[in-house]
Design a protein around this ligand. Structure first.
Ligand code: IPD
Length: 273
């Protein structure tokens, strides 16, 4: 066996490890939903909990010890060799503000990415592609999984995006990322779209919004200023469910504007610059 193949990560083994640790962290979130929570950073539109850091540490320990050739890029910091061929992209609690306010709409999001020598349409701007995506919502026990090139699944069952093509029949979700600039850029489009669709929804977890599009619950999700750890796992799950995961890098580390949609809607939607 060559050095290179020794370093290869089997996507199924990676998915199993990510599911295992996502379920463990999810159980911790379930136990803490109604407990008092300590925030170490609070801004007008964001809260960072000690539990975010604790959960990321659990994920980091599990995944980097199982796959020492990988690194980790998470909302709560990075670990391992930044030049590694493989990296885990992790949001330990996506929907932290919901969780802090005891709203049971938050999830654990874990993606495995691999650096690719030949960039294609699925390649992120820094040269990585997502090969495994796991999103776990512990309050309703919903687990979404995908391995690149295979079907996306919810609790083991194959899922597909919706086939709605008329905006006036659609539910579109919008995310308002944390800065004033993002809010102000997005609001005019919100006001325009609200009259064209059946419903707009702002749920507070981008990773879950992407899985909802993948499952056909929402028809699209739009956000400007979203970060990679919020969308890496859900983006792959969406693509594997037949959806379109359009994104473009914007100013800021690992920041994007994105439109996630079923195949029918992409051209009818835009995302503010
Ligand atoms: C946030 C949520 C929210 C989105 C923000 C994200 P966090 O992630 O996904 O829905 O609008 O842009 O930052 O802070 O809860 O992990």
């Amino acid at each position: 066996m060559t050095r290179k193949s020794e370093a290869q990560i089997n996507p199924k083994a990676a998915q199993a490890a990510a599911v295992d640790v996502a379920r463990r962290v999810g159980a911790l979130l379930r136990r803490h939903l109604h407990a008092s929570k300590h925030a170490h950073e609070v801004t007008q539109h964001d809260i960072k909990l000690d539990l975010d850091v604790r959960c990321q540490k659990i994920i980091e320990k599990a995944l980097l010890s199982a796959f020492p050739q990988s690194a980790l890029l998470g909302e709560e910091g990075v670990a391992g060799n930044p030049e590694a061929e493989y990296r885990w992209v992790v949001d330990p609690i996506d929907g932290t503000v919901n969780f802090a306010y005891t709203i049971p709409h938050a999830c654990v999001s874990i993606a495995l990415q691999r650096r690719t020598p030949e960039p294609g349409p699925a390649t992120f701007e820094d040269g990585y592609e997502t090969i495994v995506g796991v999103v776990y919502e512990p309050f309703s026990n919903e687990l979404w999984t995908a391995i690149c090139g295979n079907s996306a699944r919810l609790n083991g069952r194959i899922i597909h995006v919706s086939d709605r093509r008329r905006l006036d029949e659609c539910i579109i979700s919008i995310g308002f990322a944390k800065t004033r600039e993002n809010l102000e850029a997005t609001l005019p489009y919100f006001l325009e779209l609200v009259h064209k669709v059946r419903k707009l929804r702002i749920m507070g977890s981008a990773a879950l919004a992407l899985t909802y599009v993948a499952t056909g619950r929402f028809d699209a999700y739009i956000e400007r200023g979203i970060r990679l750890w919020d969308i890496a796992a859900g983006g792959l799950i969406l693509e594997c469910a037949g959806g379109v995961f359009w994104r473009e890098a914007v100013a800021g580390a690992h920041a994007y504007r994105m439109i996630a949609s079923n195949r029918m809607l992409r051209k009818q939607l835009r995302v503010p610059n």
